[in-house]
Design a protein around this ligand. Structure first.
Ligand code: NAD
Ligand code: DAU
Length: 374
């Protein structure tokens, strides 16, 4: 039995990991700490909190005294560190919070773990998993080989730079103090509970509401899509079986450009509306609500993201060879399930997209002008 701390457990991947961990390790003590920023939502965790299957602490990872108290009280032997500011566009608009949480927050957590594990003689049995991103490696050209664990760090956005800095801090704590830490760098996740500021949920929800689908630049940018359930399984494998001090890349093996992803979302919605006439009554503003019309009519090419990375792709050979782990959710079926999830969870996304979210949409998209479609 372990005592595990999951930071950022009310975020997208965090919520999915909490459920996956609870299922896989029912006897473990599981504590979630989350500052409950705009990106957090505990709706899916309510029943686990209510029946005390997990303990939830609202708090900031930069709060050193709180982190120390949590380690003293719960004697964690596992840490899965996911808390972060995670949206590239927000890091371009306002980078400060990214340095605060991703760099200083990670430092505070590393320090609390080291102090606790030193004083409890737990350095030989504890494990700290730092969840990072493929964006630290920068951008690939079309024919380049995929990112491996030895690819050089070349971050291009303030978000990526802050994650790169946090990776370096983790590495330094391993080398200097012997902290038993591991790092994972993964590609773009998608699936249930993703905040609607990110590409896939944004496009699904905009289409349902009959709003423009804003594709940055010419839509040729490529991401390697990883279903969040595959990612969580890989994280649990790395934390238990990975070698301390090592980095493991996690990818979905599903490279797609943004034009194709948005087109497929439109086609999936068109088919869902054609198959179920009740959807037209629920979402009358969606073009697919009218016979013979397609969500594709909402696609708009808009001003590009500054410093927009062209392509990410992950070589996950090390994960497969060392740990025997393969991510295998195929993108087309994962995307269909995800579209279905957002169709079924209207209450969830209506709550998340009310209030301050609208201000963000105005700020990020208000000044983007239309560019020629390709
Ligand atoms: P998210 O933005 O959905 O969730 C982040 C969570 O961290 C939120 O619940 C937020 O409230 C919490 N948080 C933010 N600042 C905090 C602070 N100072 N103290 C405590 N909690 C704080 O992010 P996500 O998509 O779930 O990503 C989780 C992790 O995975 C991040 O570290 C991100 O960099 C990494 N990652 C994400 C993806 C992806 O595609 N989503 C891909 C690669 C890596
Ligand atoms: O690669 C891993 C990273 O993936 C994570 O580290 C980040 O936390 C996560 O947010 C994600 O970053 P991206 O910038 O790739 O994700 P995003 O969903 O913002 O954008 C995906 C692609 O879609 C990217 O090429 C930009 C484009 N895009 C995005 C939005 C929000 C659009 O064309 N229009 C949009 O409105």
């Amino acid at each position: 039995m372990q005592s595990i701390l999951i930071t950022g457990g009310a975020g997208f991947i965090g919520q999915n990991l909490v459920h996956a961990w609870r299922m896989a390790h029912p006897a473990d003590r599981l504590v979630v700490v989350d500052a409950m920023t705009y990106a957090a939502n505990v709706r899916s965790l309510q029943s686990l909190i209510a029946d005390k299957s997990i303990l939830f602490a609202k708090g900031d990872i930069r709060d050193a005294a709180l982190m120390r108290r949590l380690f003293e009280e719960h004697r964690f032997t596992r840490v899965a560190h996911l808390a972060a500011e995670s949206h590239v566009d927000r890091s371009i608009a306002d980078p400060e919070a990214f340095l605060q949480t991703n760099v200083l927050g990670t430092f505070s957590l590393l320090k609390a773990a080291l102090d606790s594990w030193r004083s409890n003689d737990a350095l030989d049995r504890a494990r700290f998993l730092h969840v990072s991103t493929d964006e630290v490696y920068g951008s690939l050209a079309s024919g380049d080989p995929a990112f491996s664990e030895s690819s050089p760090y070349r971050p291009n956005s303030p978000y990526a730079a802050s994650k790169a800095a946090s990776d370096h801090l983790v590495r330094s704590f391993v080398a200097t103090y012997g902290l038993p830490a591991l790092i994972t760098n993964c590609s773009n996740n998608y699936g249930p509970y993703q905040h609607p500021e990110k590409l896939i949920p944004l496009m699904i929800i905009h289409a349902l509401e009959g709003k423009p689908l804003p594709i940055y630049g010419d839509g040729s940018n490529i991401r390697d899509w990883l279903h969040v359930s595959d990612h969580c399984e890989a994280l649990m494998s790395v934390i238990e079986k990975g070698r301390v001090g090592e980095t493991y890349n996690i990818g979905g093996g599903n490279e797609r450009n943004n034009r194709d992803v948005v087109g497929r979302i439109c086609d999936t919605l068109d088919s869902a509306f054609a198959a179920d006439p009740r959807l037209a009554a629920r979402f009358p503003s969606c073009p697919a609500a009218a016979a013979g019309h397609s969500c594709r009519s909402l696609i708009r090419y808009v001003t590009d993201r500054p410093g927009h990375d062209h392509r990410y792709a992950i070589d996950a050979t090390k994960l497969a060879d060392e740990l025997g782990h393969r991510c295998d959710v195929d993108f087309e079926s994962g995307l269909s399930q995800t579209v279905r999830w957002y169709l079924d969870q209207e209450d969830w996304w209506r709550e998340v997209t009310s209030g301050a979210y609208r201000d963000w949409i105005d700020k990020n998209y208000g000044s983007r002008t239309a560019v020629n479609a390709i």
